[in-house]
Design a protein around this ligand. Structure first.
Ligand code: BEZ
Length: 211
């Protein structure tokens, strides 16, 4: 059965380029991103892993750990990492799982048989510190992911986990957010002391509470 938002993120043990890990222990109290790659030494994946390394501080500032999955073995990963560092001008120092038995790919439904019976698609799982799946995005092998969007989703997930708000279309940190429909209008002033504006009774904005 497919994993869905709100499900427990399955735990696993795996060999990675940064040593053996127990996924839940490795995550600790951090948010996590677990994302899959069709194969080593492929061009789109090379650019994605390079971008992940370049965004190291952006992920660290968000207390978010990143873990890549690829079904090739560790030696292949180490050779590929050298190429990524060279071509993308970066230093890959986050773990890449050597998922040769496809254990993680299977647990996380990263193989979509009608796309490919052996290679993973580009899945991204966003996992909260309580080890729940909070968001999932999936792209085909031919479409590289947008890492600005991945960071934006982390920002939204963290904000909405801590405050009773939702984020509107194309929201970025610092912009106004939405007061959820379940909040009664008579409670808005006390619950959103920074103020609010009503566009329609169901469309209400408030400044981002933690800015
Ligand atoms: C790539 O990562 O470049 C790639 C992998 C599989 C199919 C197409 C592109």
């Amino acid at each position: 059965m497919s994993l869905r938002i709100g499900d427990d993120a399955p735990n696993f043990k795996a060999q990675t380029t940064e040593g053996d890990i127990d996924f839940h222990q490795w995550l600790g109290n951090s948010w996590g991103i677990l994302y899959s790659h069709p194969a080593d030494y492929t061009p789109v994946c090379t650019t994605e892993l390079g971008r992940t390394a370049q965004l190291k501080e952006d992920f660290a500032n968000r207390k978010t750990k990143v873990l890549a999955v690829s079904v090739d073995d560790l030696d292949t990963h180490f050779g590929w990492v050298k190429d990524i560092n060279e071509t993308q001008n970066c230093n890959v120092d986050f773990p890449i799982i050597a998922d040769t038995d496809k254990n993680v790919a299977t647990l996380y439904n990263m193989i979509h048989p009608n796309a490919s019976t052996s290679a993973t698609v580009r899945s991204v799982y966003f996992i909260s510190p309580d080890k729940k799946v909070q968001a999932i995005i999936t792209y085909p092998a031919s479409t590289g992911r947008n890492f600005a969007e991945i960071l934006r989703v982390v920002d939204s997930l963290k904000l909405t986990a801590e405050h009773n708000v939702a984020t509107p279309v194309d929201w970025e940190v610092g912009q106004d957010v939405i007061i959820p429909p379940g909040v009664k209008q008579e409670d808005v002033e006390t619950k959103y002391p920074k103020g609010h504006r009503i566009v329609k009774p169901y469309l209400r904005y408030t400044p981002q509470p933690n800015k």
